[in-house]
Design a protein around this ligand. Structure first.
Ligand code: NAD
Ligand code: DAU
Length: 343
């Protein structure tokens, strides 16, 4: 039986990936690893953490000594989601971003090499390509030109990953995906923040003129794409992943307002994010042509289901907004519940 190590498994995309794996791959052992920073939440894994083929390990990917036994026990594939992921936090303080997103990846790469891991998937982002004008899109050969401390740390990791392929022959694959939406996303990100604010009767803060463009993909489509990559990608390759769904932030705000029965008076235009990338757009032909993957969930359906998920799972996000989920870890695992979030 093969073993897949999923790092960052208690976060938004990692937990959705574990859920998909457990649904679709009964023949795979899953080791879910997470440091449980402010963004990690064991409640995200509550419905997929049972049985003899699942194990959770609380560890920091920067801590080689803590992670080594996991590799020594046998790991065939690594899918690395672990990261500091929020651009605004990286502007307030970049240290944790460099530590985890670069240093942590180096630790994982060395252990993967020493323990003969067969595939190492680094989950990267479209933000490594920088910002676009009104036209054009990013392809896998677009030079990387990151603009925020977050995207600079992810781009650095991509370079390190490529170097382990070229120098050591480690079977690495890099995926670069656009903006995900769906269940279990930490309510600091645009969509869950706006939905939960409105449920609380608060306004939604729209940065700048609200005309920045992002490409949106449902998290389940992203996770399916990673499975396709794990199964079929050639070592050393890079794949763009996206939803073919470019939208301005104001349009996202309007969809949420309208579904929840509010008008635009609930929008508060606030100071722009420093260095705010204007537009991202993805050319996803390579993964379609080579691996046969395409996004399946249309935004019209996906956004409504997503808004409804947050409305129906108020206890989940309320415990995050009050910080109660972190108190639980302190009881369960001792002090140190919040790591990686200091500026
Ligand atoms: P998230 O912030 O929801 O989850 C990150 C997880 O990593 C958390 O559970 C956190 O506890 C864990 N983590 C952080 N530092 C760690 C460390 N040192 N050791 C072990 N675990 C640690 O992020 P997400 O949105 O799920 O993103 C997951 C990955 O996907 C990231 O690498 C991100 O760069 C990438 N990505 C995200 C998006 C998106 O739209 N959210 C799009 C493209 C790529
Ligand atoms: O593109 C992929 C990236 O998408 C991932 O690599 C990141 O991990 C993920 O956080 C996300 O980054 P963004 O910065 O695009 O996501 P965020 O939800 O923070 O913001 C989306 C857009 O909405 C962006 O243009 C900024 C704007 N925004 C965001 C927030 C939180 C607002 O206008 N108001 C807000 O309160």
């Amino acid at each position: 039986m093969s073993t897949v190590l999923v790092t960052g498994a208690a976060g938004f995309i990692g937990s959705n990936f574990v859920r998909l794996l457990r649904r679709q791959r009964a023949d795979v052992n899953v080791v879910a690893l997470d440091a449980l920073t402010y963004a990690g939440n064991l409640a995200n894994l509550a419905d997929c953490c049972d049985g003899p083929h699942y194990r959770f390990v609380r560890a920091d990917i920067c801590d080689s000594k803590a992670i080594e036994p996991v590799f020594a026990a046998g790991v065939d594939w690594v899918v690395n989601f672990a990261a500091e992921s929020h651009v605004d936090r990286s502007i307030h303080g970049a240290r944790a971003f460099v530590q985890t997103n670069v240093g942590g990846v180096q630790v994982l790469l060395d252990l993967a090499r020493e323990h003969d891991v067969k595939r190492f998937v680094q989950v990267s982002t479209d933000e490594v390509y920088g910002s676009l004008g009104a036209t054009g899109s990013f392809s896998e050969s677009t030079p990387i030109a990151p603009n925020s401390p977050y995207s600079a740390s992810k781009a650095s990791a991509d370079l390190l990953v490529q170097s382990y392929f070229h120098t050591f022959g480690l079977a690495t694959i890099i995926t670069r995906c656009s903006n995900n939406y769906g269940s279990h996303q930490f309510p600091e990100k645009l969509i869950p923040l706006f939905v939960t604010n409105l449920v609380e009767g608060r306004k939604v803060p729209l940065y700048g003129d609200g005309l920045n463009v992002r490409d949106w993909i449902h998290v389940d489509d992203h996770c399916e794409a990673i499975l396709a990559v794990l199964d079929g990608a050639a070592p050393g390759s890079v794949y763009n992943i996206g939803g073919n769904c470019e939208l301005r932030n104001i349009e996202i705000a309007r969809r949420i307002l309208s579904h929840l029965g509010h008008d635009e008076s609930m929008i508060e235009y606030v100071k722009d994010r420093p260095g705010h990338d204007r537009r991202y757009a993805m050319d996803i032909r390579r993964i379609g042509d080579e691996l046969g993957w395409r996004p399946r969930i249309g935004f019209d359906r996906g956004i409504v289901e997503t808004i409804d998920w947050y409305v129906n799972n108020e206890a989940w996000w309320r415990s995050i907004k009050t910080g109660d989920y972190l108190k639980y870890y302190e009881k369960q695992y001792g002090a140190g519940g919040v790591v990686g979030s200091d500026p």
